[in-house]
Design a protein around this ligand. Structure first.
Ligand code: NAD
Ligand code: MG
Length: 345
């Protein structure tokens, strides 16, 4: 019988976790609206509408540049970002679109992966997250949020640059979740280097191992566990189509992720397994202040998009939910852009 009572599962007491997350979020978790996230849809009459249904001007929905100058050591923590990113902690309301699904999300501790983990749990899925041991404090918050949604949460720290760990990651997720229906290959290494002359073989290898080899190893390990109706969602990037000069290694991995997605989708649809990708634009996550972006340019992050601001992780999660849900049964081999208006193929 699968259980989340293992040593590697993070199981802080509710009081400790809520203390760490902060009083605003703690109050939100205690509220009847979020307490209902366990899967029971909100009553339709007289109930407050879910935050995602409220009509708003997207250009002013979130903070616009300039942002305070900031750097963090890699891999960075969401908890140290100013302003804090919005992962949907106090807003995402599920409607039962993934009830009973079992999902593994790499990089599920922060940024886009955290927003997806919160949304999947509130849609009714049990969720395993992978992250680096240095990100344990961010991961604890996510585990607490999944459990607050009434779902099983499994924490599996480890470095996906190792093939052996990738195999172990999938095996542990399958064992503890009791199967696997949704794989989100989302973790990535982004380290900006201005010149090819400074891009060492070690740095190049680091990026390719994290962004490509790990996706290949994890997907391969997951394949035998998938039943018809399962799906894979890979996080690509607008860098796949419009690469920045200082992201030579990263951008080509994102182009390869798009290609991998299209090729694999054709290979495995006969088994009833769909494969899609999401290509985000500039998103306010720890990837950027921890080496992903030139620190001098970070204050203007997202300013050059037509919408005039970076996206927040919470603005990505609904696309992953839609792709994972049975509603997208005819969508495979597709890449969905969420980038504030920059045109993409
Ligand atoms: P993030 O820093 O919050 O998430 C990236 C995660 O990758 C980290 O949390 C970490 O857990 C994981 N990771 C990195 N190296 C690892 C390793 N060796 N072993 C295990 N885990 C490792 O940042 P994010 O922006 O949410 O990134 C998520 C995805 O979104 C990435 O694929 C990134 O390329 C993509 N993306 C981000 C942006 C952006 O502007 N933030 C834009 C386009 C695409
Ligand atoms: Mg992180």
């Amino acid at each position: 019988m699968a259980t989340d009572e293992t040593e590697s599962s993070v199981q802080p007491t509710r009081r400790k976790v809520l203390g760490r997350i902060g009083t605003g979020l703690a109050a939100a978790l205690a509220s009847p609206v979020l307490a209902r996230q366990a899967g029971t849809p909100a009553p339709t009459t007289g109930a407050k509408p879910p935050a995602q249904s409220i009509k708003r001007d997207p250009t002013t929905q979130y903070k616009r540049p300039p942002f305070p100058k900031q750097t963090q050591p890699w891999p960075g923590l969401a908890s140290k970002m100013v302003p804090p990113p919005d992962h949907g902690e106090t807003s995402y309301q599920g409607t039962g679109r993934l009830v009973g699904r079992k999902a593994l999300i790499t990089g599920g501790d922060s940024g886009i992966g955290r927003a997806v983990a919160i949304a999947f749990a509130r849609e009714g899925a049990d969720v395993a997250i992978n992250y680096l041991p240095a990100e344990e404090s961010d991961a604890r918050e996510v585990i607490a949020l999944i459990r607050a949604a009434g779902r099983k949460a499994v924490a599996i720290p480890g470095d996906i640059r190792s093939e052996a760990f990738c195999q172990q990651l999938v095996a542990q997720a399958v064992k503890e979740l009791g199967g696997l229906d949704i794989l989100v290959n989302n973790a990535a290494r982004q380290h900006q280097v201005g010149s090819i002359l400074d891009l060492t073989t070690e740095l190049f290898d680091w990026t390719l191992k994290t962004n490509l080899y790990a996706m290949f190893w994890i997907t391969k390990a997951a394949m035998p566990h998938f039943q018809p109706g399962a799906c894979i969602i890979n996080t690509a990037s607008e860098q796949a189509y419009d690469p920045s000069a200082n992201l030579l290694d990263y951008a080509q991995t994102k182009a390869a992720i798009v290609n991998f997605t299209k090729s694999l989708s054709k290979q495995i649809i006969h088994r009833g397994i769909r494969v899609n990708a999401v290509a985000p634009g500039p998103i306010w996550t720890p990837l950027q202040p921890s080496g992903g972006q030139d620190p001098n340019k970070l204050p203007q992050f997202g300013a050059d998009t037509p919408i005039g601001r970076p996206g927040q992780p919470a603005e990505l999660a609904p696309v992953y939910v839609t792709l994972a849900s049975q509603e997208s049964s005819y969508a495979t081999g597709q890449v969905y852009g969420v980038n504030g208006g920059n045109a993409q193929p």
